[in-house]
Design a protein around this ligand. Structure first.
Ligand SMILES: *Cc1c(COP(=O)(O)O)cnc(C)c1O
Length: 230
């Protein structure tokens, strides 16, 4: 099933790239394996997937202990500052930086290991009360505040769009995230320009690619529905 699902997702990604006149190599598929067993991850690995996304630090610790093959793990979920210490050496990117205290703790823990870490700023584009992330208006001053932390490479922005049956209704948020990155890049707040947009999930990754996503985070579309009761 995972193999068939991956084939469908890959076809959809290619079609979206074609519609947008984009090169397929500009989009990385993150297979979101949260709540799923290591056996599922291994099936995806057999299909050539090497980039996985998780939203809990403890699950990343367990899975990276069991699976020692070289993979890229992305922390995509809400992150508490007191858990950051477990991440150096485990993840290649943190997608969910949304407050100063967290940014400072990431700086502290990664500098201890003499490591730099790629980070994205999470933006709550639709101003949903239920979601983490900064409101778009807050992002420029936040970037300015964390720009001087030497062990953080601020690579771009991430958003989780509203849950919807109509992916077109999220196009405005993906377009808005791209424009927000562009407007920050037009200032000289950062020493190097941001180049990463993490946006689009199972329900809306094709629209996100059309609007410039460089990472899409697909869970259900690859591994099937999640069961949170176990
Ligand atoms: C769970 C999750 C996803 C994947 O969601 P699906 O709808 O299953 O594709 C993507 N991004 C984040 C941040 C998630 O927590």
């Amino acid at each position: 099933m995972i193999r068939d699902n991956l084939e469908i997702v890959e076809k959809n990604i290619q079609a979206a790239c074609e519609r947008a006149g984009r090169d397929r190599s500009g989009v990385t598929l993150i297979a979101v394996s949260k709540t799923k067993p290591v056996s599922d991850i291994r099936q995806a690995m057999e299909c050539g997937i090497t980039v996985f996304g998780e939203n809990k630090v403890q699950e990343i610790q367990q899975k990276t202990e069991e699976i020692t093959e070289p993979l890229s793990w992305h922390m995509i979920g809400h992150l508490q500052a007191n858990k950051v210490k477990y991440l150096p050496g485990k993840v290649c990117m943190i997608h969910s930086v949304d407050n100063i205290k967290l940014a400072q703790e990431i700086e502290k823990q990664f500098s201890r290991h003499d490591m730099n870490i790629d980070v994205l700023i999470e933006v709550n584009m639709a101003h949903e009360d239920t979601k983490f992330g900064l409101s778009p208006e807050e992002v420029p001053s936040f970037v300015k505040e964390i720009a001087s932390l030497p062990h953080l490479n601020i690579r771009g922005l991430m958003t989780i769009a509203p849950y919807t049956d109509d992916p077109e209704s999220n196009r405005q948020y993906f377009k808005g995230l791209r424009e927000l990155m562009g407007s920050i890049n037009d200032t000289n707040i950062l020493p190097s320009k941001m180049d990463t947009l993490s946006m689009g999930m199972t329900g809306d990754y094709e629209v996100a690619i059309e609007e410039g996503a460089t990472f899409v985070r697909v869970g259900t579309g690859i591994f099937g529905e999640r069961d949170y009761s176990v």
